[in-house]
Design a protein around this ligand. Structure first.
Ligand SMILES: [Zn+2]
Length: 245
């Protein structure tokens, strides 16, 4: 957003609630995300750095873990690297490797189910909104565990959009190719691979950072998303799992 667009945005949102972005320190109203009518999300995006709800939650978690686990001395494997985190993670970690199967500008092109890295190659793995695209999610998480060193950490997020996880027969093109619809129980699938799991939710963070998804999910199921559940409420918590080796 350029200066002129930003002034227009502030005038239009004089009465909107004010938030704070933990990534770029912006203070003020956030923008509505409009990826499609059904998915319109209020107070979603920071107008300065473009951070989304989940990215602010993930950033707050990374900040909390950073000092306890001395990230500045550690190596990170970053899957499907979000542009907003690329430079920030390079400042946070001693070494960063980006990877993805489809994205062109990554360090290593790789399938998460067959990673081309030796055992115990990394200290931290960051994996956001990847597993909901992977049918063999168990195999993927076994690979994540395999490439982590002892004392390693995996930060994992999948979109939580129903009460209990269900698998789809085939990827739903109307849901970005997701192969399942994920509930809070999803993260429990992988606890046996790790020593410990800690779940963070939006409720763990101050409201000033706007860590929730404000979206109307009562309209489901729809013809495009026949297996989505109607979810009551105006706002929905984000959930992130941190697995400890
Ligand atoms: Zn920001």
């Amino acid at each position: 957003m350029n200066n002129f667009q930003y002034i227009k945005f502030r005038i239009k949102n004089l009465l909107s609630p004010s938030f704070r972005c933990p990534i770029c320190r912006y203070r003020g109203p956030f923008q509505t995300a409009r990826p499609g009518h059904a998915l319109r999300r209020r107070h979603a995006l920071c107008p300065k750095c473009g951070s989304s709800e989940r990215q602010r939650v993930q950033w707050l978690i990374m900040q909390e873990l950073s000092s306890a686990y001395t990230f500045r001395e550690k190596s990170l494997l970053h899957f499907a690297p979000e542009s907003i985190f690329r430079s920030e993670f390079r400042k946070l970690f001693a070494q960063v490797t980006t990877t993805d199967l489809a994205m062109p500008d990554v360090d290593v092109k790789a399938d998460i189910c067959r990673l081309p890295f030796a055992n115990a190659s990394f200290d931290v793995v960051f994996l956001s909104h990847v597993l909901e695209h992977v049918k063999e999610d168990r195999r993927a998480m076994c690979e994540v565990r395999r490439v982590l060193r002892s004392q390693g950490i995996a930060i994992v997020e999948a979109p939580i959009t129903r009460e209990k996880t269900i698998e789809y027969d085939c990827p739903n093109i109307h849901e970005f190719g997701h192969v399942r619809n994920t509930g809070p129980d999803y993260y429990d699938r992988f606890t046996d691979l790790f020593r410990l799991m800690k779940k963070y939710t939006s409720e763990d963070f101050p409201h000033k950072f706007q860590p929730y998804i404000y979206c109307n999910w009562t309209r489901f199921p729809t013809p495009e998303s026949p297996l989505r559940q109607p979810m009551p409420g105006l706002r929905h918590p984000i959930m992130v799992a941190v697995y400890f080796v």
